[in-house]
Write a protein that binds this ligand. Structure first.
Ligand code: PLP
Length: 415
């Protein structure tokens, strides 16, 4: 069976999935929308919008400090959402799930709250060569501020982290290793369980940036054995502006607060303030109340679809796209790791990725072009930018064919 046959023979209920996403019915420049920019942000199923509308229409109020009914309802909804997150990640308890604005804020929280207390002069932080800027710059700044050293495990020509180097760079000086579960620029799936174990053997903590993993695969933080896991709602079919930092309870318990203000305190006196236990210690100020509910709706939706089925479907799309794009003259795929998830980065001789993005947009096809907030990855592969098609649970083999046809057309017109 060819990959096309395999994709078509799948029992995955694609029509039902697509019907859940109203935006997919719209046209762009008079053509059906082909949305292949899922790694940047996913579209939202109806249930997420309905949940947010229900919040405004039925139970909205500020959380935590209210005695009136709506405030208690809103507080209960938020804590229920936290429990959904904990279940989604197989966390030990909901107290381990901190709501943040997204992956970026989650990493900054750890770098600043945990990092300032635990990383000092002469210490080291280890990252890899495929990190998104949001799992790089916070560590770089921490190291600069604390007189520590940032170490980087290189990637090979396929875009895989060189595990021998990762292990070699770990030492008793390493305080934390921070690495992506899935690379947004290359699609590489890192062996994060193994990497977390390596970090622990060296006495370091392990933070996993899961922004690109949670939409595509079951994540079990206990099984992975990491200490922190971060992800963003908007990449997992939920609202933008909400995300999660999962942290091992004993580590969160020992961490000082990050931002300060209302909601993160126990008692406040001019002489001394005492802080709430996690997760509220790390959630200063009025949170994104409706966002947490929307995120929980998205996670429930994905769970009901079955992440293994979603991942299998996306693997078929990726295999089909890889085969089809390899047939386009002058096209080179950037990132050929053995294990990849839903991301296809490529460059084409004679056509800048940005121009490619514009050309495809005229056919209604949304891809991303640029450095994908991973400039060191672009440098590693000697390209200023790539074009990137990334797949979600609602994409179809026909859309992959449309992408390939548009690239052939671009080749003929501009190549
Ligand atoms: N990490 C990875 C691997 C990403 O792909 C992204 C976003 O593209 C981020 C972190 C940052 O996520 P956010 O902008 O939602 O904070």
């Amino acid at each position: 069976m060819t990959v096309v046959d395999q994709a078509r023979a799948s029992t995955y209920d694609l029509a039902r999935v697509r019907a859940d996403f109203p935006i997919l019915a719209r046209e762009i420049h008079g053509r059906p929308l082909v949305y292949l920019d899922n790694a940047a942000s996913t579209q939202k199923p109806r249930i997420v919008a309905e949940t947010i509308a229900e919040c405004y229409g039925g139970w909205y109020a500020n959380v935590e400090r209210g005695v009136h009914t709506l405030s208690q309802l809103a507080t209960a909804q938020r804590e229920r959402a936290r429990e959904t997150v904990a279940r989604f990640l197989n966390a030990r308890s909901a107290e381990e799930a901190v709501f943040t604005r997204g992956t970026t804020e989650s990493v900054n929280l750890v770098a600043e709250a945990w990092g300032r207390r635990n990383v000092g002069p002469g210490d080291e932080v280890l990252i890899t060569g495929l990190e998104h800027h949001s799992n790089l710059v916070p560590w770089q700044r921490l190291c600069e501020e604390r007189g520590a050293q940032l170490r980087v495990a290189a990637i090979d020509d396929a875009g895989e982290v060189r595990l021998d180097e990762f292990e070699r760079l770990l030492s008793p000086r390493t305080r934390i290793a921070a690495f992506a579960h899935v690379s947004n620029a290359l699609g590489t799936v890192n062996p994060v369980r193994e990497m977390a174990a390596m970090a622990h053997r060296a006495g370091a903590l392990a933070l996993v940036d899961g922004a690109q993993a949670v939409p595509h695969m079951l994540v079990d933080v206990r099984d992975l054995g990491c200490d922190f896991y971060a992800f963003s709602g908007h990449k997992v079919y939920g609202p933008s502006g909400i995300g999660v930092l999962w942290g091992r309870k004993e580590i969160l318990d020992a961490m000082p607060p990050w931002q300060s203000g209302g909601g993160m305190v126990q008692t406040v006196r001019f002489e001394k303030t005492t802080y709430a236990p996690p997760p509220h210690r790390f959630e200063a100020g009025t949170p994104f109340i409706e966002g947490a509910a929307g995120l929980a709706a998205a996670l429930d939706y994905l769970t009901a679809m079955g992440l293994p089925a979603v991942g299998a479907w996306e693997s078929e799309l990726l295999a089909l796209a890889t085969a089809r794009l390899a047939e386009v003259p002058g096209l080179r795929i950037v990132g050929t790791a053995r294990r990849k998830a839903a991301v296809l980065s490529f460059v084409m001789d004679g056509i800048h990725p940005h121009d490619l993005g514009t050309i495809l947009d005229h056919d209604g096809i949304a891809i991303r072009a640029g450095h994908h907030c991973a400039q060191p990855v672009m440098e590693r592969f000697g390209v200023p930018a790539t074009a990137r098609a990334s797949f979600g649970l609602y994409n179809t083999p026909e859309e992959v064919e449309a992408l390939a046809a548009a690239l052939h057309k671009a080749r003929e017109l501009f190549g």
